[in-house]
Design a protein around this ligand. Structure first.
Ligand code: AMP
Ligand code: MG
Length: 443
């Protein structure tokens, strides 16, 4: 993280494309060093080791059904009219090390020709048995002098060897490669680890992301407003986005535009893997964050060809990367999604850094003068198997409700000065619920 060039002698503001800004940021991010984490905390993390099965799953051959463990050969020719009767010599509940014999003088129980063992799902298959007949295919014959115990079973259907039996290692053979490094751990992956007796796992940990709001006018949301003040909404939005992406957000407060206060707040973030700031990097007289960053760290200040969210900065304070996002609420979200989200995913060790993208037909025209890539807050919908996208009413970069009235971002390329109605545009979906609902409607 040392080869970031500063351009103090060059132009003070660089104009760069979205793709270039993203690449310049991503060049400085690599997966965090793996750590052992408890299983449940590993949900959604990327596995940093390959897992080989040191034992088979299931660990022993067992019954897949509640029924009778039999020798399949004994059931040949069984039918409802001509059932085969077998003597029940014991029972095998799940969890027992061996089947329990009915007669007191037998200590180990094997199914020999003409006999059966009553068996429950998950119970160890007794030696000699090679199949299980489900209860539904049998009639139990009570014999009075044996206290009502089912000592005889009538089998109404033949079973094949192996029927209703789960062999040891059927799911995971011993010695096999069961999870490869790089796997994104979902619920079933965690289950496999648990089944193998592994309660901690080596994974790329959740990045700690410090979130700092800046601006003399910005106050905490739980404070009454004085004239000229606004409440800090950016920090909670960014923290939620960090959480959704898989990071661990830390709200470190609001810094005024003063150097000493900025310094004090950055000190609070010294253990973070990434710092996100909002505000203070645009052209205003008091947008002093960028001046501070330029003096304090190794920084590039950018004007990105993006709408909304042009002003941005990227660099390092000591060794910690800082992405300085614009202050306008919508701009900071869009910039987070384009620049901070892929950086976070990279820290998490993920290979797929892109959101879900689909193509849809635009229902209204969108103006795009100024050669910027325009991320339009929009509503995407499926009608008769086709996707249509409509911009939400107010596209102001401070209008947070624009994001809640839409479910997606339509992307108008920088080369288009206008996107006419009926044109095909790319739409980015960040909400997987929306993506799933659309998918369901396309069929
Ligand atoms: P700036 O980038 O500092 O020029 O800020 C642009 C606009 O975003 C101004 O109207 C700020 O008041 C507003 N803003 C800055 N920070 C926040 C914040 N944390 N929450 C809500 N609005 C903010
Ligand atoms: Mg400001």
């Amino acid at each position: 993280m040392t080869n970031l060039t500063t351009h103090s002698s060059g132009p003070r503001q660089q104009f760069i494309s979205v793709d270039e800004a993203r690449q310049r940021i991503l060049d400085h991010f690599a997966p965090l060093p793996p750590r052992r984490v408890p299983l449940l905390e590993a949900l959604g993390l990327v596995l940093a080791e390959s897992i080989w099965a040191h034992e088979p799953v299931p660990p022993f051959t067992n019954s897949a059904m509640d029924g009778y463990a039999v020798r399949a050969a004994d059931t040949v020719g069984a039918s409802p009219e001509h059932s085969v009767t077998l003597r029940v010599i014991g029972e095998a509940p799940a969890g027992g090390a061996r089947a329990r014999p009915h007669s007191h003088n037998a200590d180990s129980l094997a199914v020999y020709p003409g006999t059966a063992v009553r068996i429950m799902t998950g119970a160890l298959l007794p030696p000699g048995a090679d199949a299980v007949v489900r209860f539904e295919e049998t009639d139990e014959i009570d014999t009075v002098n044996l206290g009502g115990r089912r000592e005889i079973v009538a089998v109404r259907r033949p079973v094949l060897p192996g029927e209703n039996v789960r062999p040891a290692g059927e799911d995971i053979p011993q010695g096999s490669l069961v999870l490869e490094a790089g796997t994104v751990l979902g619920p079933a992956h965690l289950g496999i680890l648990a089944a193998l007796g592994q309660t901690w796992v080596l994974a790329h940990p959740r990045p700690r992301v410090a979130i700092l709001a800046t601006g003399d006018e910005v106050v905490p949301p739980d404070q009454p407003l004085q004239p000229g003040q606004i409440r800090n909404s950016n920090s909670i939005v960014l923290a939620a986005l960090v959480l959704q992406t898989g990071g661990r957000p830390h709200l470190i407060g609001i810094a005024s535009d003063q150097d000493a206060d900025l310094e004090r707040h950055f000190h609070l973030a010294r253990d973070a893997d990434l710092i996100l700031t909002s505000g203070g990097v645009s052209q205003g007289d008091y947008d002093r964050v960028k001046e501070f960053l330029r003096r304090r760290g190794r920084f590039e200040i950018w004007q990105v060809r993006i709408k909304p969210g042009k002003p941005m900065a990227f660099g390092f304070i000591d060794e910690t990367p800082v992405i300085a996002l614009p202050g306008n609420p919508v701009a900071s979200v869009v910039a987070f999604l384009q620049f901070a989200r892929p950086a976070l995913l990279r820290l998490l060790g993920r290979n797929e850094l892109e959101p879900v993208r689909v193509r849809a037909t635009l229902t209204q025209s969108i103006d795009n003068r100024g050669q910027r890539r325009h991320f339009v807050r929009a509503q995407i919908e499926a009608h008769h198997g086709r996707l249509f996208v409509t911009p939400v009413a107010n596209q102001g970069s401070g209008v947070l409700t624009g994001l809640t009235r839409g479910n997606s971002l339509a992307v108008i390329p920088e080369e288009w000065s206008e996107a006419p109605p009926g044109s095909e545009v790319e739409v980015e979906l960040y909400d997987l619920t929306t993506a799933a609902a659309l998918l369901a409607k396309l069929h």
